[in-house]
Design a protein around this ligand. Structure first.
Ligand SMILES: Nc1nc2c(ncn2[C@@H]2O[C@H](COP(=O)(O)OP(=O)(O)OP(=O)(O)O)[C@@H](O)[C@H]2O)c(=O)[nH]1
Length: 355
């Protein structure tokens, strides 16, 4: 174990600080980056703990995740991902720093000195980092603020590599990771709902996730008639409409060409189908510049945490294919089609190759 810098006399060697920055920005995966950030800071400063809080997406869920690095009595640092709790002083203080965009310094009920720095990106907080120590943390405030800025820039770069260049939606490469994050969030919310009877009634806490594939109808005709530039314009405007029509919690991807994938959290199938149907109708009524009216076909299927994503993609694709074969401009659900006997026998695992 390295001796924390904060306990050393005479200041921090620059080489050590640079080594820490190089270490945590070496990661290409956001969870590994979070882990490395709290560990690097705990190794640099004589703290009891370092906590990284990531902002949630709604008022009911102000915190998406908490990564904590605790120093044991033997001086070793241990990192763990903690379930984000709604209540509790440390979480409230971090939420306060995220809301006010101000650094907070105070003393906890246990007499520990606390420093909370918001992590800011484009004038909004994407998270906060909190240090707790026996001694004052005033001398490391500038360094922690610097770490928060580097972290924010680095997260922006990682996020950019997950985006489709034309539409700004997530790209196919990021699908698996985004899906796992959404399923993890669902699990946390379900656990929180079970713990708190009152929250159990909240729609988002008991949501299921549906995977939908959307494909523009007769897109080749659009390209052939108006040219690729107008084709691209239709793709771009459709993506903008998707952003405007679906909830902020829903995750939208452009998988390539004129194919989009959506992860929709809804309380039941009727609600998911309703949201998709409203979007289909919205597109059908929308006049695209020059090109005029365009329609879309959508296939969807339920996805739960034990499902293989490729299998569910294939189910949604089968429902989409059914829509294409039956007049286009419609929304079809795999489970409903299967129950009605409209599709063939279920696909065995390993018999398909989507990637
Ligand atoms: N403008 C533009 N066209 C694309 C892009 N990617 C794929 N395409 C075109 O999209 C068309 C897709 O055509 P098809 O797969 O035959 O499907 P479709 O004409 O939409 O017909 P259906 O899906 O059966 O309704 C092809 O002509 C591709 O060249 C892109 O990024 N931009």
């Amino acid at each position: 174990m390295r001796t924390p810098w904060h306990s050393l006399a005479g200041g921090m060697p620059e080489s050590r600080l640079l080594a820490s920055v190089a270490e945590f920005t070496h990661h290409r995966d956001i969870d590994a980056l979070d882990h490395s950030l709290v560990l690097s800071m705990a190794e640099l400063v004589a703290v009891k703990s370092v906590t990284l809080c990531k902002r949630g997406d709604t008022l009911q869920h102000p915190v998406e995740s908490l990564t904590v690095c605790l120093r044991n009595s033997d001086g070793h640092c241990v990192v763990e991902a903690v379930e984000p709790m709604r209540d509790g002083d440390p979480v409230e203080t971090m939420v306060c720093a995220m809301e006010t965009l101000e650094v907070i310094t105070d003393v906890t009920d246990e007499g520990l000195c606390r420093l909370v720095v918001p992590i800011i990106r484009e004038h909004a907080a994407i998270g906060a980092v909190m240090l707790e120590a026996e001694d004052t943390l005033d001398s490391v405030r500038t360094m922690v603020e610097g770490f928060a800025r580097i972290y924010a820039n680095y997260i922006a770069l990682l996020n950019e590599s997950e985006r489709d260049k034309l539409t700004g939606l997530y790209n196919r490469r990021s699908f698996e990771q985004r899906l796992q994050r959404l399923l993890k969030l669902q699990r946390q919310r379900a656990r929180a709902a079970r713990r708190d009877e009152e929250r159990r009634t909240h729609i988002e806490d008991v949501a299921q996730i549906y995977l939908a594939i959307l494909d523009i109808d007769h897109f080749k005709r659009i390209n052939d008639t108006w040219g690729h530039v107008y084709g691209d314009e239709v793709i771009l405007m459709l993506a903008q409409q998707m952003r405007a029509c679906f909830r902020q919690n829903d995750v939208l991807f452009r998988f390539g060409g004129e194919e989009f994938v959506m992860l929709i959290a809804s309380e039941d199938e009727a609600a998911a189908a309703g949201a998709l149907e409203r979007f289909r109708e919205h597109v059908a009524n929308w006049a695209f510049p020059q090109v005029g009216h365009v329609t879309v076909s959508i296939g969807y299927a339920l996805i739960s945490e034990n499902d293989y994503p490729e299998i569910v993609l294939d189910r949604a694709d089968k429902a989409l294919y059914f829509a294409k074969q039956n007049g286009r401009n419609s929304v079809q659900g795999f489970e409903k089609l299967t129950a009605r006997g409209e599709l063939g026998a279920p696909v065995a695992l390993g018999s398909i190759d989507l990637f």
